[in-house]
Design a protein around this ligand. Sequence first.
Ligand code: FES
Ligand code: FES
Length: 348
Amino acid sequence: MTVNGEERTLAAERTTTLLDALRAAGFVSVKYGCGTGDCGACTVLLDGAPVHSCQVRAHEAEGREVITVEGLSVAPGASWQDWSALHPLQQAFIETGAIQCGYCTPAQLLTAKALLDRNPNPDEVEIREAMSGVLCRCTGYVKIVQAVQRAAALLRGAHPALIPPRQATLAPDAPQEMLQETLPWLKEPGGWAAPTVISPPDLPTTEVVGQPEAKVDGAKLAAGRAVFTDDIALDGMLYGALLTSPHAHARIARIDASRARALPGVHAVLTYQDVPRIKFSSGGQSYPQPPPFDQVALDSKVRHVGDRVAVVAAETPEIARRALALIDVEYEVLPSVLNPEEAMRAGA
Ligand code: FES
Ligand code: FES
């Protein structure tokens, strides 16, 4: 296949996904999010069209053209650290603040490129529709839409001004009615969607604090060069995999991990029988934690579809996945508990 304009031969079994083959070949800007075709983090362009590479077998790309974000950026001979060498889409994503953690950014950029290649002047509805296959946990999408609009203008040869952040001053004790007078755009369709900085009138304005600023790692993220945890490979590293619950509420009546433990290449299989019941909070705030300490690492009861049942550590992700299939679990399915009142009842 051709990857970013170069002939490449990727070693892959019949069942290997294009996502895994590309990442194994070093194209780690292609991200694993869900593996089920839902999140879009793994998007690449296949013959110019965005596809979820976790849903495409590598051999299906044989003889075809694949573009990852590594192939989007950088004029020949230039470095990605030089903004001006980046694709206008990458520049626009940095300039408008459309990148936060950046995990979805390569997929957003490639999806936007496919859109602008076929429609150089999309409206907001068309942008949102085209980008709907890539989820972003961080940005709220407003900035992503602005970035695509800006890139479209740049590619048409225009020089659009940056959209200034919406700011207003309002006394903390101002009556509620003043909110709409001070922020007239609240009445516009979608007006609430625009992030707005509201400061008290006596707050002095400064040149730096409160002013828009490009992220220090924006270029690295836009170029797909940032290293996330999943991109790190160490010698002798083990890979983890979780067995999760198919039931919303169930007791684990019996669990047998002996066949998984016997699989060559498996180093550990843990179930609730192997770990101490140390309670923790899933809230993630700093000390002291306001949310309740109501979680344990692995429990004999599962409380939602996808709740943790067992953990495997193995020499390769494939062995870890095979081990999961060898864990035998018998569930006693319980009635679903769907609201906090029911959940607080004794015995729930
Ligand atoms: S990893 Fe492919 S769609 Fe989520
Ligand atoms: S998921 Fe973090 S920027 Fe989109």
